[in-house]
Design a protein around this ligand. Structure first.
Ligand SMILES: [Zn+2]
Length: 397
């Protein structure tokens, strides 16, 4: 048996060992987002690879964002119709499904009839790509979701500003995520409240979709967006008339990696990255309606698989000389958002808490590692403290 005098010494030694073990565990917890591996075709160097591997075999449930519980019923406020000339927006309300053509050419001859297959007839004002050569705007649609913070961490690490094309219903659910994106310098654009086929709505319903989204975004960041991406890229002259009256620029895209189709495939990540390469390599690009020199790509922050390709995409395109910026910046527009009186009020509130949020933000910008780390170190301290108490009680017993 141990003599009583040796008990404290034993405890101290034990404590030291435990402390070292804890320190090692804490360090391991500090996992990286980054792809430090230069092997372009290696998809295995991600912190969540183990989950993903399994997901590929099971289903894509965990690879899809969880957004909810949520009410997609678009709020309607008749006051929103004030000042909008509904009469001037003429054209038919097209039933959903009536614009799908199996062999649509989409070359301008059948775009109107096949509006769901072809999306949008490009007008001069529509933004498809970045103006200047070697410029690129990453855009992320349909969020925010429970994955968006992860994407924001990645973009912070890469020092890349992107454009978030958000749904009003999701903005309502994740105001803090939109605020974080906005404060980090990303552009916030509208994607309607409920992601509806705008050409299938009445003029009033279209206004509600836009204004309800504005309200949700303004509540989060105090400003409203000046850019909108119609869901599915569907907007005819009637829809565009209304969007223009509400002060919007139509933001399309000229690179579509179809992450919504490929994200659940086993080599989905690689397919997404390849489509960026292809866009740069190919001479003709059907999506590039205005033959823009730079690119606006379309991804969704709903799919983990798509988000986790971002470091690889940025790295590859930077090597090829591309510079990343927001969609507004890449069309040389320094007013991506609209300020109004409500915005000023909200900003005043923001200033008050700026100091606080700055403190919080510096910790937030490395959210997962910092949290993991601080969690495990407080765990260590607590554990050590209890052991020390036990040790002391042994000493005094
Ligand atoms: Zn969408």
């Amino acid at each position: 048996m141990l003599s009583r005098k040796r008990i404290p010494l034993t405890w101290i030694t034990l404590l030291l060992v435990l402390f070292m073990v804890n320190a090692v565990v804490a360090k391991k917890g500090k996992h990286h987002h980054h792809d430090d591996d230069d092997d372009e075709d290696d998809d295995d160097d991600w912190s969540w690879k183990d989950h993903d591997r399994d997901d590929d075999k099971k289903d894509d449930k965990d690879d899809n964002a969880v957004v909810g519980p949520i009410d997609y019923k678009t709020p309607a406020n008749e006051e929103w119709l004030e000042g909008i000339d509904l009469e001037s927006a003429v054209g038919k309300v097209r039933p959903v499904g009536s614009g799908i053509c199996e062999d649509a050419k989409c070359d301008g001859t059948d775009n109107d009839r096949c509006f769901e297959s072809c999306g949008n007839i490009a007008t001069e004002d529509d933004i498809y790509g970045c103006r200047a050569a070697k410029t690129w705007a990453l855009t992320f649609d349909d969020g925010p979701s429970n994955f968006t913070n992860e994407l924001l961490d990645i973009l912070d690490d890469l020092n890349v500003k992107a454009t978030f094309v958000v749904m009003g219903a999701h903005a309502k659910l994740y105001p803090d995520v939109i605020r974080r994106a906005f404060e980090a310098g990303h552009q916030i654009a509208s994607h309607t409240y409920s992601h509806s086929h705008l050409m299938s709505l009445s003029n009033e319903e279209i206004v509600y979709e836009i204004k309800a989204t504005e309200e949700a975004i303004e509540n989060a960041i105090g400003v409203k967006p000046r850019y909108i991406r119609p869901p599915y890229g569907e907007a005819d002259s009637r829809v565009k008339n209304l969007l223009k009256q509400m002060g919007y620029k139509v933001l399309m895209w000229n690179v579509d990696p179809t992450d919504y189709n490929v994200h659940m495939m086993k080599d989905g990540g690689r397919k997404i990255v390849r489509s960026f390469d292809k866009a740069v390599d190919s001479i003709s690009n059907q999506l590039n309606a205005h033959k823009d020199l730079g690119y606006i790509s379309l991804q969704h922050d709903l799919y983990k698989q798509s988000i986790k390709q971002v470091p690889r995409i940025v790295k590859r395109m930077k090597i090829r000389g591309y510079e990343f910026m927001t969609a507004a910046e890449c069309v040389e527009d320094d007013e991506p958002h609209d300020r109004d009186t409500r915005a000023v009020l909200l900003n005043a509130q923001t200033v008050e808490t700026e100091e606080e949020s700055k403190k919080k933000h510096s910790a937030d910008s490395v959210v997962s590692p910092a949290q993991e780390n601080s969690a495990s170190s407080s765990y260590s301290v607590g554990f050590t403290f209890i052991l020390a108490l036990v040790g002391l009680s042994g000493f005094f017993a």
